[in-house]
Design a protein around this ligand. Structure first.
Ligand SMILES: Nc1ncnc2c1ncn2[C@@H]1O[C@H](COP(=O)(O)OP(=O)(O)OP(=O)(O)O)[C@@H](O)[C@H]1O
Length: 372
């Protein structure tokens, strides 16, 4: 039997997305070409010379992203200046080990690396936030972590002098997010969550997250300092997902065939959050209808673009603008756009600082103290 692509080498794998039997070399090339095609068709990196911060956790997705972007940047002369940004949340026995992989890859690719830690930014590691917050925080640790991590990733991006963040979110992640937002009836997030490039200045930060369990903007610092004031203009750092249409299974196979070194242990705080239900549902449906992941994404893209361009919808949008879209305002602490005057990241950072994990109560206090 011969590889269905080159018709020369024996096949090593049945490609999960197409069912084609491919040899190792053709599989790798095909994976890379698919990512390149998305980068070109979605104009993911519009400017040559752009400084791109790759969010690297040491896990499989971001390790493969680093390798593929490095490869494609050279092969197709994108002219990108690649940087690595890692967030140390302070999870002992987990993040410290995955950061070893990050450091190994930093040497391998000789790219600049910035590491930002929760301890540095929020004066507490995730371990101590969880141990001080008890069950209330433990059950929502992914939400706390996601919101603060996103803020940290942006701070790292700024420190690295980059204008865009690339993350390893893959097709499975994006399809799960579409389902989650759909099931929550969160139309605003739904309209954006399948975009391969997000984070524009018109969008309220509180509505512009993609991988956070329970909302939150991740865009603003905890305290309004002179240096952070300067960062306000960077509160709109765009984020790109070059793996938006790459299956998780193929990313793992790619890492294996390319001999990439990554950290694969599950985070000790991983809980069965809402995302878990969406994941299980998609996995079950995939057994009967294998393309359902990409179909969900493409379906969402089509609906989102149709909704944006239908003239009658635009007309209705104008008429009902005031009612349907609460206008976004700058957060009083950091200036990032939000809906209530204090963005969710500042609220969460304040919860950590005050050691009061009643998020609603802290929000109320902050609003009372800060919004006249
Ligand atoms: N600690 C971190 N530092 C820097 N970037 C991160 C970190 N954690 C996550 N990211 C970025 O966010 C993306 C999605 O992370 P998430 O934890 O949801 O997925 P994952 O499948 O575990 O990713 P990975 O396999 O890369 O760890 C990662 O691919 C990476 O680009």
């Amino acid at each position: 039997m011969k590889c269905e692509s080159c018709k020369i080498a024996p096949p090593s794998i049945k490609q999960p997305s197409t069912g084609k039997k491919l040899c190792k070399k053709c599989f790798i090339r095909d994976f890379e070409e698919n990512v390149h095609n998305l980068i070109v068709s979605d104009n993911i990196f519009p400017s040559k010379g752009e400084h791109v911060a790759i969010g690297v956790s040491g896990g499989k997705d971001s390790t493969v992203l680093l390798h593929v972007l490095h490869t494609l940047n050279e092969r197709y002369s994108y002219g990108l200046n690649l940087h690595m940004v890692a967030v140390d949340e302070g999870i002992s026995g987990y993040r410290d080990e995955s950061l070893d992989c990050v450091k190994y890859n930093q040497k391998k690719y000789s790219l600049p690396l910035v590491i930002v830690s929760f301890k540095d930014l929020f004066s507490s590691s995730l371990d101590s936030i969880v141990s001080r917050g008890g069950d209330v925080v433990r059950t929502q640790s992914c939400t706390y972590c996601g919101i603060l991590r996103r803020r940290a990733l942006e701070e790292g991006t700024k420190r690295a002098g980059c204008s865009v963040i690339a993350t390893g979110h893959n097709a499975d992640d994006v399809a799960e997010t579409v389902l989650m937002n759909f099931m929550r009836g969160d139309v605003k997030r739904l309209a954006r969550c399948s975009n391969s490039r997000t984070g524009t200045s018109e969008v309220s930060r509180d509505e512009d997250d993609d991988d956070i369990e329970d909302g939150g903007c991740g865009k603003c610092p905890a305290r309004k300092s002179e240096q952070q004031q300067k960062s306000v203009s960077l509160a709109t750092i765009p984020r790109v997902k070059p793996f938006k249409t790459s299956y998780q299974k193929e990313i793992v196979l790619y890492a294996h065939f390319s001999g990439l070194k990554y950290f694969s242990t599950e985070c000790p705080y991983a809980v069965t959050a809402f995302r878990g239900y969406a994941r299980v549902a998609l996995q079950r449906i995939q057994r009967f209808r294998s393309p359902c992941v990409l179909d969900t994404i493409h379906g969402m893209d089509t609906i989102a673009s149709a909704a944006a361009i239908t003239p009658d919808r635009a007309e209705r949008g104008k008429k009902s603008k005031k009612k349907s879209m609460p206008s976004s305002v700058p957060c009083v602490f950091c200036g990032a756009r939000c809906t209530n005057g204090v963005c969710q990241t500042c609220v969460i950072a304040e919860c950590v600082k005050r050691e009061n994990y009643d998020v609603k109560a802290v929000r109320k206090q902050l609003e009372k103290e800060c919004i006249v």
